[in-house]
Design a protein around this ligand. Structure first.
Ligand code: HEC
Ligand code: HEC
Length: 306
């Protein structure tokens, strides 16, 4: 992957400050920041996904927090901040709450320290435990990491702006698909007819950007579309769709359609559950697409797959 450093005004210094924060540096700093949260956050934290940028704007290079942490941050944000900064983080005019997606305070924040300082300056001050402020900041960063042009989250259109989604170049999109998607998808296989299945370009784009139909909420039941890997005591690994998991039992639907129930004792055997959207979250970071060129090209290409 091509590496380049971009500096625009104030963001340049933010970038340089963030630069040495590799996985290790971050992990260390975090441990110091909030002892109570540190243990629970271990898994999924601190490692830079393979292929993730190591240079560029901080919002595209900082490792994302674990799914648990982001979910906690979102819940805390919705409860404590959304009334003034809006559910989509773009600010509520009547409450004078600024857009947090475009805020230097949130961009430059590393461990919740700038956001905490802002909260102390609120009138009246917003008092939260530091671990909660960190979780909220991680959530804000996770949205910034996916942010499209004009600060709008990908695939969302919070201000009701209408625009033509099919502005990309299908040929360039085909090439980009070959590079970024073909390892997991094929337009003659699982994505056959995808342009017909989602014939509204905006829905098509939302679907492939998020990696799921219906945008959250919809996957009810134990496991929904989650893939899980069970590692048996003899080292054998079973992979399949998670049907059920508790302390005593794990049930998988194997790729050949058979159901497999495995008794568990004290968390043994180990079950690794995959967030079905994880692949796409990583992909967006790797895609390194601040101008959304790849996004528009790929959408234009997929729209031709009828
Ligand atoms: C009652 C409304 C209200 C609530 C609730 C609120 N804020 Fe704010 N926030 C504001 C206002 C108004 C400003 C602008 C204050 C200023 O400029 O001094 C602001 C400023 C900020 C800033 C600085 C933005 C910048 O670029 O200068 C950050 C960061 C921030 N808020 C984060 C949060 C977070 C995180 C929460 C939830 C924990 C939160 N706020 C809750 C009203 C609110
Ligand atoms: C590392 C593997 C991986 C890569 C790379 C990947 N995807 Fe996916 N994609 C998935 C998985 C897994 C799902 C299913 C998520 C679920 O079950 O909810 C998915 C779902 C989708 C869907 C929804 C399918 C449907 O019928 O609703 C689309 C569209 C899609 N991906 C397009 C893309 C495009 C375009 C790219 C490249 C820019 C891409 N994916 C890259 C793994 C990947």
């Amino acid at each position: 992957m091509k590496k380049h450093i971009v500096c625009i005004g104030a963001l340049c210094s933010a970038l340089l400050v963030n630069q040495p924060l590799t996985a290790q540096g971050r992990g260390g700093a975090r441990g110091a920041a909030g002892a109570s949260g540190a243990a629970g956050r271990g898994a999924g934290r601190g490692q830079v996904p393979a292929g993730q940028r190591t240079s560029g704007f901080p919002q595209y290079t900082r490792p994302l927090a674990s799914q648990d942490e982001l979910a906690r941050g979102k819940a805390l944000y919705d409860a404590n901040c959304a009334s003034c900064h809006a559910a989509d983080l773009r600010g509520v005019l009547e409450k004078k709450g600024p857009n947090l997606l475009r805020s230097t305070e949130t961009f430059s924040d590393k461990q919740g320290e700038r956001v905490a300082a802002s909260l102390a300056k609120h009138n009246p001050p917003v008092n939260l435990p530091m671990t909660d402020t960190v979780a909220i900041t991680e959530y804000i960063h996770s949205i910034q990491a996916q942010m499209g042009a004009q600060g709008s989250p990908p695939g969302r259109n919070p201000v009701g702006l209408t625009y033509n989604v099919l502005v990309g170049d299908p040929k360039a999109g085909e090439a980009a698909f070959g590079k970024m998607c073909a390892s997991c998808h094929s337009v003659t296989g699982d994505l056959k007819g995808i342009g017909t299945k989602y014939d509204d370009p905006k829905t098509l784009q939302n679907t492939w950007v998020s990696g799921s139909a219906g945008g959250g909420g919809g996957r009810g039941g134990a496991g929904g579309g989650q893939q899980a890997t069970v590692t048996l005591s003899n080292g054998q690994k079973l992979e399949g769709r998670l049907v059920r998991k508790d302390d005593f039992l794990v049930v998988l639907m194997l790729p050949d359609g058979t159901r497999k129930s495995i008794a568990r004792d004290n968390g043994v055997p180990k079950v690794d559950v995959k967030d079905p959207q994880e692949a796409h979250k990583k992909m967006l970071l790797v895609m390194d697409d601040p101008d959304n060129k790849n996004m528009h090209d790929i959408t234009a290409y997929l729209a031709t797959i009828k």
